[in-house]
Design a protein around this ligand. Sequence first.
Ligand code: FMN
Length: 516
Amino acid sequence: DNGQPSKKKPISPDEVAKHNKPDDCWVVINGYVYDVTFFIPNHPGGEDVIKANAGKDVTAMFAPLHAKGTLEKNIPEDKKLGPLSKPMPKKLVCPPYAPGESPYEIMTKQKLRDNMPPLGNVLNLYDFERLASKILTNQAWAYYSSGADDEITYRENHNAYHRIFFKPHILVDVEHVNLKTTMLGEKTDVPFYVSATALCKLGNPEGGEVDIAKGCGSTSYSVPQMISTLASCSLDEVAEAKVNDKQLQWFQLYVNSDRKITRNLIKHAEELGLKAIFVTVDAPSLGNREKDQKIKFTTQSSGGPKILQKKEDEKKEKNSDGASKALSKFIDPSLSWEDIAKLREITKLPIVIKGVQRAEDAVRAAQMGCQGVVLSNHGGRQLDFSRAPIEVLAETMPILKHHGLDKNFDVFVDGGIRRGTDILKALCLGATGVGLGRPFLYANSCYGQQGVAHAIDIITKELEMSMRLLGVSKIEDLNPGFLDLTSLHSRSVSVARDSLYENSYKEPQLAKFLID
Ligand code: FMN
């Protein structure tokens, strides 16, 4: 269904094929013909990709990157030309966008996709990551996995958890462990949520964020989902995909330079029953993600590798950006605390500032009436050498307490959380809840809704077991006294090697494909 009215006359493939020039450019999307000539200079993904595919059916390239409704919003009526009378010939149908990949690589990845291990073989969140690294397109893998610059923060986010150890209590009745808690005034079954990640359709072209919504509501605990401004499904689609009424959804807001657009987005999120606005403030300019930039949003006609031959080609290449940059041009770099105060006035929904990296800013957010903060560095994708959020949490909670702001103010953390013990450490330090980004992207890319549900099961079971072993049966009983924080700030500690131990130790293996 292309969503377009059918009163216009059908157009033949031959006619479409004639309009194949930059100054006369028609394309077919979902069986409907559009004249996109006027839009070429404004296309956020760059001009080249449209110009190179003039006169073709571009559905397979378009779908993973654009939410439903994108065409309705951006193409005026007179440029919606009419339905296609019959399918375009094969040579004028673009393959899915896979820059830099040979047909052999594409085929190999498809073969692996057809031989995914049963979900029961996936025991931890790293298994999803390894499988995803083998089957995702180069573009999706680069976009999802990249961190900024040398990826020091990306790795530090997780490594910092390794510098905290537990001090368990023994002989506590832990027969029943309760993971229920409250986030932003709403009851939740578990103290974690799926954090906002853009472009979920890059990895799961059919389901995207909709499959995450279904996965979040289909286990015995329902898990909150934060939906990105840059989601590849529309907000309506994701909201509709909720499985049950108690399922929480939140809206992640990138503030647009055009505030009218931002106001409309917030209003729409309210109408759809989303329960909070998370304003992301750590991306006034996009971080330097080099893996992502190397795979550019550029011309691709055959699905084969792109080889630059001439100087002119290099010049053209300059205009195109990596996926992140291409999508984020609208984000307002002038955003300031005054804007947050204005946002406070236009919605009654809780406002949470996402991307706080020092205690003073958490205090300021609390003082100006925000309901919470996410201590986050965007999964290591923005300023390299930002500190790990868990370290910032340990610094922030005592300061909030000192100002009497630790009650009725929610402090979330995200970045590098991969194990139940990571969550437990954050909860001991006073976090209300934690967000996971990439693990759910990978689970969704490999197995869709079932993968998301399985990831939830894995992390919930890990958390429950770790709590039991720590000697705690409910979240409110957790406190920093359970942790040995001696090494938290020691970013590198030199210890003597234990060669007997190391040589006899066998590394655990990640999940294998059936044809490994
Ligand atoms: N954060 C946002 O606020 N908005 C986004 O659109 C967004 N897109 C992301 C896309 C990708 C591929 C990734 C990996 C992260 C994105 N984030 C975004 C950051 C996540 O919300 C979260 O802060 C981060 O992924 C947490 O780190 P983790 O991936 O190690 O769990």
